[in-house]
Write a protein that binds this ligand. Structure first.
Ligand code: NAD
Ligand code: MG
Length: 399
């Protein structure tokens, strides 16, 4: 008999949060929801508490805590209410929590995700931005605490499944030539750059294969999502930039591949449904039902692969360049991207300017060393300020 795992979900009201709760609800004898968090979606969070009865709940925007308390009291739900970033960190470190799903979007998830790593939890990492910006600090924290880090990003989860068990350290020593990181190419894969000037947020968020939160959907449209994933793979698997090759695969059936020295290429296939990687990580090393149907290869018929177009999608080159620069450059890239994507989603920046803002932010900030968490936070703040200035200047010219 397996002992029950107590799970905390950071970012429970999001797309990954919903998929995680779906898998958990299929296995009440294996998993129990111990804690849930959200930014400020009080009604959704209260509804989740009614359904899953966690011990703790946290609303990151503390101003919303009184309303959450009221809602829960009204519904007769007795969980402890925490608030603010300190509450997120507390949830991630609770002694009774065995496993933390880190599914907050963006750098906002860094402290809580890192707290779970520091507390030595089984850490299911969806919040890729935390690893991208804090790579060496994050990995050292995991090493020192002995936390078990399992990737949720579908590509990295696929790579993890294709690697020899317990792989860490240099790829070459394990007979691996390279990682083939697949990506659908996003909603604009076959659109000319000139056609993208007037793209709206809803068009950018209409991903052909995946249903996701709006920030990662825009990242998929610019292909910065793949750029962030290159950096994520560097840290998760100890791969050099040269060992990570992006392969455009429009069907999103092959979720990534690993090529070995003997010429073998091992791939993981499945429906584009995040419940598969979530279930793989939740039950690891066992396998459980995730509510995902069999892959019908006869219906799919053919799989195709293309070279990425680095000219139409400059985000890929920006990510490779930031990775090669090292230090705080990936944190700068990520912060500029978050600011530019938010401006695009709010109608303050045209789609094609997103990567231009990132490029200009990187060019204006010389790479600084990144050794401590404070270095990460300082680089993030500097890049946000710079990116905001660039957007304001652009808008004053456009006005
Ligand atoms: P989402 O926007 O649907 O949900 C984000 C969650 O984070 C929500 O619960 C929200 O309340 C919370 N949140 C937002 N801002 C916050 C803040 N400032 N402080 C605290 N909490 C905050 O996002 P998502 O699509 O579920 O993505 C979550 C993470 O998983 C991202 O890092 C994304 O890159 C990654 N990811 C998502 C998918 C996917 O299919 N959705 C796939 C791979 C990786
Ligand atoms: Mg992915």
């Amino acid at each position: 008999m397996t002992t029950i795992q107590n799970i905390a979900i950071l970012g429970a009201t999001g797309s990954i949060g919903a998929s995680t709760l779906d898998v958990i609800a299929r296995h009440p004898s294996r998993f129990r929801v111990a804690a849930l968090t959200a930014h400020r979606q009080v009604d959704e969070l209260a509804a989740l508490c009614r359904r899953h009865r966690p011990d703790y709940v946290c609303v990151a925007d503390a101003a919303h805590a009184p309303r959450l308390r009221e809602r829960l009291a009204g519904a007769g739900v007795g969980c402890r209410v925490l608030a603010g970033e300190a509450g997120l960190v507390e949830v991630a470190s609770l002694p009774q929590v065995d496993c933390v799903m880190a599914a907050i979007v963006g750098a906002a998830g860094l402290r809580a995700t890192l707290a779970a790593a520091r507390a030595g939890k089984k850490l299911l990492l969806a919040n890729k931005e935390a690893l991208v910006i804090a790579g060496p600090v994050f990995m050292e924290t995991v090493r020192a605490s002995g936390a078990m880090l399992l990737p949720i990003d579908s590509e990295h989860n696929a790579i993890f499944q294709c690697l020899p068990p317990f792989a860490s350290g240099e790829l070459a020593a394990k007979g691996i030539r390279k990682i083939l990181l697949t990506g659908s190419g996003g909603p604009f894969r076959s659109r000319a750059r000139a056609d993208l000037h007037r793209v709206t947020p809803d068009e950018a968020c209409a991903h052909p294969n995946w249903v996701m939160g709006r920030k990662i959907s825009v990242d998929s449209a610019t292909m910065m999502n793949k750029g962030l994933e290159i950096i994520e793979a560097r840290w998760l698997f100890g791969a050099s930039p040269e060992q990570i090759q992006v392969v455009v695969h429009p069907q999103s059936v092959v979720h990534s591949m690993v090529e070995y020295a003997d010429g073998s290429v091992i791939a993981q296939l499945g429906h584009p449904d995040m419940r598969t990687p979530i279930a793989q990580a939740l039950a690891y090393p066992e396998r459980i039902e995730a509510g995902v149907s069999s892959l019908d290869l006869f219906r799919i018929g053919a799989l195709s692969f293309e070279q990425p177009d680095f000219e139409r999608f400059p985000a890929l080159n920006l990510a490779y360049a930031a990775l090669r620069s090292g230090g705080a450059a990936p944190a700068t890239l990520n912060a500029a991207n978050e600011v530019a994507v938010a401006a695009f989603l709010e109608g303050r920046l045209p789609f094609l300017r997103i990567t231009a803002v990132i490029e200009e932010t990187l060019a204006g900030l010389p790479p600084s060393p990144l050794v401590t968490l404070e270095d990460v936070l300082a680089a993030d703040a500097r890049a946000r300020a710079r990116a905001n200035q660039i957007i304001a200047r652009f808008n004053s010219h456009a006005a």
